[in-house]
Design a binder for this molecule. Structure first.
Ligand SMILES: *Cc1c(COP(=O)(O)O)cnc(C)c1O
Length: 211
C-alpha cells in the first residue's frame, strides 16, 4: 500500500493472520494492529510484544469486554449505550480509561452495525454517558457500502465526516481527545483519507487476502 499522509494512522488489520506475519510488520515499525475476534486478540496479545497497541474492530459483545479491558488501546465499534455502560464498568474494574470510537451507520446495507446521527446525539446527551469516568470517546468510526460505485463510497464517507464535525461542535468543542475518524479499508482508504479519515483500517492490502 502507499505511504499515508501525515496525521493519518494505520491500523494494520491482522485478523486470521499468523503471529509471524504480525511480527514482520512489527519489525518494519508497525505498532497498531486491529483484530475482530476476542479469542484471537487475547492469544496474540499474550504472545506478542507488549508495546503493540491493540485495536478491537469487530462487533463487541457485552460479556466479552472483560477479556480485553485491561489492555485494549482503542475499541472501534461501540454502537449502543448499553455496551458503553459495560465498557465503563470494566474500565472502572481495571482502573483505566478505555478509549472508544462510536460506530455510525453510513452504508446502504442493513446488515452493518452502527448508530444513526440522531441516536449518536441522544447517547452523547444522556445522563448515563455524562456520568461516565472510565470512558474516553476518541471519535467516530464507520464502514461504507460494499460497492464499486466510488461516488457512493465518497458520499458516505463525507456524510460521516459531517456527523463527526457536528458532534465535535455540539459535544466536544472543549475536548481535544475527540479527534479521530476511523474510516477506510484496503479498497477505499484513499477515498476515506480524501474525506478526512485519521485512522485507516487496512488488512488485505498489507497481509494479503484472507482465506
Ligand atoms: C476486516 C476489516 C477491515 C480490513 O479489511 P480489508 O479489506 O482487508 O482491508 C477493516 N475494518 C473492519 C471493521 C474489518 O472487519
Amino acid at each position: 500500500m502507499e505511504q499515508l499522509p501525515a496525521g493519518v494512522k494505520l491500523c494494520a488489520v491482522s485478523k486470521t493472520k499468523p503471529e509471524a506475519q504480525l511480527m514482520e510488520a512489527y519489525a518494519a515499525g508497525q505498532r497498531i494492529f486491529g483484530e475482530n475476534k476476542i479469542q484471537e486478540l487475547v492469544l496474540k496479545q499474550q504472545h506478542l510484544p507488549k508495546d503493540i497497541q491493540w485495536h478491537y474492530i469487530g462487533h463487541l459483545q457485552r460479556n466479552k469486554v472483560k477479556f480485553i479491558a485491561p489492555y485494549v488501546s482503542l475499541i472501534h465499534g461501540c454502537d449502543s449505550l448499553r455496551l458503553l455502560e459495560k465498557i465503563e464498568q470494566e474500565g472502572e474494574k481495571n482502573n483505566r480509561k478505555i478509549e472508544v470510537l462510536l460506530q455510525i451507520h453510513i452504508a446502504k446495507e442493513q446488515s452493518k452495525f452502527g448508530l444513526t446521527k440522531e441516536m449518536l446525539f441522544e447517547l452523547l446527551a444522556s445522563e448515563s454517558y455524562r456520568n461516565m469516568n472510565f470512558i474516553e470517546i476518541r471519535g467516530l468510526m464507520g464502514m461504507a457500502t460494499r460497492t464499486d460505485n466510488l461516488a457512493e463510497i465518497k458520499s458516505e464517507f463525507e456524510q460521516l465526516a459531517s456527523i463527526y464535525k457536528e458532534a465535535k461542535a455540539r459535544f466536544f468543542s472543549e475536548d481535544s481527545n475527540f479527534s479521530e475518524l476511523s474510516m477506510g479499508m484496503s479498497g477505499d482508504y484513499k477515498i476515506a483519507i480524501g474525506a478526512g479519515s485519521t485512522i485507516v483500517r487496512v488488512g488485505s492490502a498489507i497481509f494479503g487476502t484472507r482465506g
